[in-house]
Design a protein around this ligand. Structure first.
Ligand SMILES: Nc1nc2c(ncn2[C@@H]2O[C@H](COP(=O)(O)OP(=O)(O)O)[C@@H](O)[C@H]2O)c(=O)[nH]1
Ligand SMILES: [Mg+2]
Length: 718
């Protein structure tokens, strides 16, 4: 394997909405560069970057994957990313090791919700963007939006820096070529061929368009540069070699977002995209120095807190991406393989990495030895002897290293900030199928969690059930399936327990008297309390309104304790009682028989009586849901939401897609993923989060109460 210098490397994050064709496009690029003997297909699992069994089975990318193409003396690393809302945190993580994002826009649907979201992520980190309008071959591509309208839509959304650098050649035989607007040459392809074009003439029909588009491009490139502007005005154009250099610089500085046209599926425009990336995409070594945290040795002990976040009271170090700098590696992905073990994907941020080198994991303060350095071609590791600054590599069997860690040269500690993961959106209970499965469960899940930091695993302290939390239903289903396939651990996924709450709608007063006479001295506590409803989110408020020592001061905390314990224990069905104010205002005591215990019991009695009278109700969690669907299915989707007690809050259309925002009770959303898939033929996606609590309608509350067990009523007697 040839060794590439940083200046001969391009790191490209391929991003866009689900099904726009990212994985297919990468397969086409690899094949055109002769990296693979045949062109991989997502349909049969032969696409290089879609090797994960779960992804093949579900035909969707859920985590990042890496492949490379050796092309005309350089190496282009591609990071394939997910395009579903639920996994978009992965896509964000892919931007860290990249110097350019290829943002795919589906020619038939235009800008879709995730397209715009990943655009914003790229903008946040000033990542240069190349827009690839894909699926231009699709019969509906032209009739639905059209080339000119598509450019306008993108400009409206992303600014006037959007400018075509190609024109597609579409005629009666379909999409079969592109015009390079810099060199003004046409490249013609045989659809379904090898992806390599031949130089041809610009078709007569688009000559005038091409000339106008060329001039628009030249003008925009010249805009930022005085000397080019002068050249442009005096000559009427800019010589090709100046134009190329200036366009490269404009792309690097986010002054221009060029637009190209492709069909990954029919293999049209393929080698020209590789050429474009070679000439115009920034190399890692051209990048501004990377900001890192330099860490003071005295702060070591406080650096890593429980969640892996870091104490950042330290100096900022600017690290140039170059071989001459000290070695630093950033781990952007971890993959666990039951055979090969853990594989860490890293970027050489600075310095040079040689195989069998020992380094320090700065994040965990542990030494690591990197044996068998390699680069990844999908799931296959290709061994290399060394990697230069800016390259992407991988290594198996590190001892302690996980995603987000920085490793490097012992005497030059730096720390790159990891990408923050969102909180899990959904929790399910899982049940091991057998005793053997129970034993295997925790170790297997920990393996899964090493490669997927969105997954959480814990035990419910009340019910002792195993709980798994993740980004959503499909995510957790994939985790369960992974447990079975990879780790032979069988579990049943149970509907998540809905965290109902209880409260009251009215007001009540009651007395609780606890009196017992058993042998020696007895028990005596007596209190009068008032219960009132508070607004949502009010919690449990306790107030002391005793005058004249009706209850001695030292026993009031016992009353409060009794109230709080009762509230936590629930009244209707064992769910915590919230949003109430309880005031103790009177009572009596006995000199000998009163104790903390007896006042606590009295408070519990009073609490129960109040609950009975104050119109108790059940509260349910309501989710804020955001659903994306192609327009065609929006009607069916709204009908379904209606049957789920959903309230639509807004609708927004982008391209040929619609985003629906709604509030829906959690109880109605438990198997929504499956329904959505069938309504939208697999093209819809959704995400949701807890929003607020609302009273459960009486008919439904009866059902919930019938299924729930009533809390243990303590054997109290007055
Ligand atoms: N017509 C057409 N279909 C495509 C093209 N690229 C991908 N597809 C189809 O779109 C679907 C999704 O492709 P995939 O590569 O998995 O998309 P991803 O989710 O962006 O990775 C597959 O059925 C592909 O065959 C294209 O250029 N033209
Ligand atoms: Mg994909």
């Amino acid at each position: 394997m040839k060794v590439y210098l940083g200046s001969d490397i391009r790191n490209v994050a391929v991003v866009g909405h689900a099904h726009c064709g990212k994985t297919t496009l990468i397969s086409a690029l690899l094949h055109a560069a002769k990296m693979t003997p045949t062109r991989g297909r997502v349909e049969d699992g032969s696409a290089v970057t879609a090797y994960d069994e779960e992804e093949v089975a579900r035909r969707t990318t859920m985590s990042n994957a890496v492949a490379f193409a050796e092309w005309d003396g350089i190496k282009i690393n591609f990071i394939d990313t997910p395009g579903f809302h639920m996994f978009v945190h992965e896509t964000r993580a892919a931007m860290l090791p990249a110097e350019v994002a290829a943002v795919l826009v589906n020619a038939q649907t235009g800008i879709e919700p995730v397209t715009d979201r990943v655009w914003k992520y790229a903008a946040e980190v000033n990542l240069p963007r190349v827009v690839v309008v894909n699926q231009v071959d699709h019969p509906k591509a032209d009739s639905r939006i059209g080339r000119q309208r598509m450019i306008e839509l993108m400009q409206e959304k992303w600014g006037r820096q959007i400018v075509p650098v190609q024109l597609p050649i579409v005629d009666q035989i379909g999409f079969h070529g592109v015009v390079d607007l810099v060199t003004m040459k046409a490249y013609l392809y045989k659809p379904d061929g090898d992806g390599r074009g031949e130089v041809g003439v610009i078709p007569e029909a688009i000559k005038a368009d091409a000339k106008a588009a060329h001039e628009a491009l030249v003008e925009l490139v010249a805009e930022g540069k005085d000397e080019l502007m002068e050249e442009f005005f005096s000559e009427g154009t800019i010589p090709e070699e100046h134009l190329i250099g200036a366009l490269h610089e404009a792309i690097r500085e986010d002054r221009i977002f060029p637009v190209l046209y492709m069909s990954g599926l029919r293999n049209v425009g393929t080698d020209h995209l590789l050429d474009f990336l070679k000439v115009y995409a920034p190399a890692p070594t051209e990048r501004e120095p990377v900001a890192a945290h330099g860490i003071l040795h005295s702060m070591r002990s406080t650096r890593v807190n429980g969640s892996g976040a870091v104490d950042l009271q330290d100096e900022i170090v600017m690290r140039k991406v170059g071989d001459e700098e000290p070695l630093a590696l950033y781990v952007y992905k971890t993959m666990t393989d039951p055979f090969a073990g853990r594989i860490s994907f890293f970027k050489v941020v600075s310095g040079m990495m040689k195989t069998d080198k020992s380094v320090v994991n700065f994040t965990r303060q542990e030494p690591e030895r990197l044996c068998h350095l390699s680069i990844m071609q999908g799931r296959k590791a290709v061994e290399v002897q060394e990697l230069h600054a800016g390259d992407l590599g991988a290594v198996a069997k590190l001892r302690v290293t996980l995603t987000g860690d920085t490793l490097g040269d012992k005497s030059h500690e730096i720390f790159l900030e990891p990408v923050a993961m969102p909180e899990p959106a959904m929790t399910y209970a899982i049940e091991p199928k057998s005793r053997a499965d129970e034993d295997k469960l925790a170790p297997a899940l920990h393996k899964v969690m090493e490669e997927d930091s969105m997954v959480r695993f814990f035990r419910d302290p009340q019910t002792n059930e195993f709980l798994v939390a993740g980004a959503g239903q499909q995510h957790i289903e994939a985790v369960v399936s992974k447990l079975k396939r990879r780790y032979h651990t069988d579990v049943t996924l149970k509907a998540p327990k809905i965290p109902y709450l209880e409260t009251v709608r009215g007001r009540a007063e009651a007395q609780g008297r606890y009196k017992k006479q058993t042998g020696g001295h007895g028990q005596y506590g007596d209190c009068k309390i008032r219960m009132e409803a508070l607004p949502r989110g009010g919690g449990v408020v306790f107030a002391n309104d005793i005058f004249g020592g009706a209850i001695p001061r030292q026993y009031v905390p016992a009353v409060e304790k009794g109230i709080r314990e009762s509230a936590a224990r629930g009244f209707l069905a064992g769910y915590p009682v919230v949003d109430i104010k309880v005031t103790v205002f009177d009572g009596s005591y006995h000199d000998v028989d009163s104790s903390e215990m007896s006042f606590k019991m009295a408070a519990r009695l009073a609490f129960r009586k109040c609950m009975e009278q104050a119109k108790p109700v059940l509260l349910e969690p309501v989710m804020r849901v955001e659903i994306e669907t192609p327009d065609d299915f929006a009607g069916a989707l709204l009908g379904d939401l209606n049957s789920r007690r959903g309230r639509v809050q807004g609708m927004e259309s982008a391209g040929a897609g619609t985003t629906v925002r709604a509030e829906v009770p959690m109880a109605e959303m438990l198997s929504y993923g499956t329904t959505l898939t069938s309504i939208t033929q697999g093209r819809g996606s959704f995400r949701m989060e807890m929003d607020h609590y609302e009273v459960v309608p009486p008919v439904l509350a009866e059902k919930v109460l019938a299924n729930a067990k009533r809390p243990n009523q303590d054997e109290l007697e007055e």
